[in-house]
Design a protein around this ligand. Structure first.
Ligand SMILES: [Zn+2]
Ligand SMILES: [Zn+2]
Length: 167
């Protein structure tokens, strides 16, 4: 299985069997900066789709698995090959559609844009090493998941107030 940057689904088999789902699987390398994590990248994605030709609409349903590596947003721990499984469901229209819809041409369906849109929409906005990661102490930098420090961080200082305003 070669790794491609575009998700092109060949519809020949689906078109020969109207209303019968045909499996489409693959591994793809999309734009690594698709996700806006400050210290992590989208390594690759795996798709597992059922592609059904419902003349003339093509219905694609299945899962996108995003593999992410980098650093936790809060504690900067290394995260390696973390997997996120996103459900995917999309209609593709023949040749022409309004701006909000996706299209296919002839027997080729380019699902790249639809899959990218789904990833941007559905992936968590923060990348954390684990749910409820406590992060680093803003004063001394201690990893609060593994140790406690004696800093007084109860009151927000001017810096953290500014930071919150920016968000
Ligand atoms: Zn963390
Ligand atoms: Zn501290």
């Amino acid at each position: 299985m070669s790794v491609s940057r575009k998700i092109i689904i060949d519809l020949t088999e689906s078109m020969a069997k109207v209303d019968v789902p045909v499996q489409f699987q693959g591994e793809f390398q999309l734009d690594a900066d698709l996700l806006q994590y400050p210290n992590a990248k989208l390594e690759k994605i795996l798709v597992d789709f059922d592609v059904t030709f419902e003349n003339p609409i093509v219905f694609v349903e299945g899962e996108i698995t995003c593999v992410v590596s980098g650093l936790c947003d809060r504690c900067l721990q290394q995260i390696t090959h973390k997997q996120f499984v996103l459900p995917f469901q999309q209609e593709f229209f023949k040749d022409f559609a309004d701006d909000d819809s996706y299209v296919y041409c002839d027997s080729k369906l380019d699902a790249t844009k639809a899959v990218q849109d789904e990833i941007v929409l559905s992936m968590p906005t923060n990348l954390l090493c684990k749910e409820g990661c406590k992060g680093l102490c803003p004063k001394c930098g201690a990893d609060l998941n593994t140790q406690q420090c004696s800093c007084d961080t109860a009151k927000p200082n001017a810096f953290s107030v500014l930071k919150n305003l920016k968000l």
